[in-house]
Design a protein around this ligand. Structure first.
Ligand code: G3I
Length: 345
């Protein structure tokens, strides 16, 4: 049948998913056919991060990234790149760079090599990921420490030079929080003032059943699009599990991984929460449709519940249910509610 997310939303925005190693290597034919049927955009969940692309200084490894791009081309998808500059998942050589000259050179080599290699094949890049603290100040990182605050401008200018046509994004989480959002707006204005090309902001969208509120999500979309850039929802998933910090506080020793409080739904999600999740997805997509002129892409962070990173964060071995497809690759109530929005029109 032609009924699918990507077809239902074809006039609104791209509908994407993240692909990790198993999806890229097509280890399960069910996954491949589901991805091909439902999604028209992909993001690499891990394989384009610096520790994988340049594990040793000046030694690049494009094996998995090549397969990722080939997958998207085979299925005629919009292919996104994630991520060039991030403080996490760094190769150890890069985390040890100390002075600004060495960092400038390292950034030049890393960004130019990768972006030029896929020039014309990758539609947009997360150039810098998660540079902000929750209070909106710049996060301490090897980039900030060695290069200084203008590492952002340097990164965006390098990416634009390497592929002038690809869209360049700043990507972060919790941008619905007012202080962090204000910091992101400042960061964007600063890039624009410095003459860097910046095409969009990625709001990751790691949300839960209650927060952020719809008003906060809407304000975020409005604030960023007021800067004259595109807004993408880049890593959408809705956790249904309690945050361990809320249950036992900061005492890590109390976070027994298998405890019922931490993993309350090991077998299946109770009916009432399924309905809550479906309603949450429906409300969020309704808002996205309302602002479709500002939104370029909505990407789910994973294909189905079984392979979501949220089963292992912030503690391992839980059963979470954050996506639109269940562990058997079947569409969930949440999927139906997102589809229903389009049928009613
Ligand atoms: O590479 C090792 C591999 O050698 C080892 O065998 C395996 C065993 O666990 O682990 C592998 O590393 C894992 C890595 O993903 C690559 O697969 C790590 O354990 C795992 O913690 C890591 O998690 C990723 C996480 O980023 C790292 O911070 C998640 O899959 C990925 O979904 C997550 O994605 C991030 C976005 O990039 C940025 N925004 C937040 C989002 C969620 O944290």
């Amino acid at each position: 049948s032609t009924v699918s997310l990507k077809n239902a939303y074809v006039k609104n925005f791209y509908i994407g998913t993240a692909l990790d190693t198993n999806q890229i290597l097509e280890t399960n034919p069910l996954t491949t056919s589901l991805i091909a049927k439902e999604f028209n955009s992909i993001t690499p969940e891990n394989c384009m991060k610096s520790m994988f692309l340049q594990p040793e200084k000046d030694k690049f490894d494009f094996k998995m990234a090549d397969k990722y791009v080939a997958f998207g081309e085979k299925h005629k998808m919009f292919i996104h790149g994630h991520t060039l500059i991030w403080h996490s998942q760094l190769p150890s050589w890069l985390s040890k760079v100390k002075d600004s000259v060495a960092m400038s050179e390292a950034m030049t080599k890393h960004i130019s090599t990768i972006v030029e290699k896929y020039k014309g094949r990758i539609g947009s890049w997360d150039v810098v990921n998660e540079a902000l603290n929750e209070d909106g100040t710049l996060r301490k990182s090897v980039f900030l420490n060695s290069y200084g605050k203008d590492f952002l401008t340097h990164a965006f200018k390098l990416a634009a030079k390497a592929d002038p046509k690809t869209d360049l994004y700043y990507n972060d989480y919790n941008l619905c929080n007012a202080k962090k959002r204000k910091g992101a707006v400042e960061l964007m204005k600063n890039l624009q003032k410095n003459g860097a090309k910046i095409d969009g902001v990625g709001e990751q969208g790691h949300w839960n059943l209650i927060t952020p509120t719809l008003d906060e999500i809407e304000q975020t979309i409005l604030d960023f699009s007021a800067l004259g850039v595109k807004v993408a929802i880049t890593e959408l998933d809705i956790t249904v599990l309690p945050n361990p910090w809320d249950v036992v506080g900061a005492d890590v020793s109390q976070r027994a991984e298998a405890s019922e409080k931490m993993n309350p739904y090991p077998k299946a999600l109770p009916e009432d929460i399924k309905i809550q999740l479906a309603a949450r997805y429906e409300a969020i997509f309704k808002l996205f449709i309302k602002h479709q002129d500002k939104i370029s892409r909505v990407t789910l962070w994973g294909v189905n519940d079984g392979q979501s990173w949220l089963n292992d964060w912030p503690i391992r071995g839980r059963s979470n249910y954050p996506l639109l497809f269940d562990r058997d690759f079947k569409p969930k109530e949440a999927y139906n509610s997102v589809m229903k929005l389009k049928e009613e029109k």
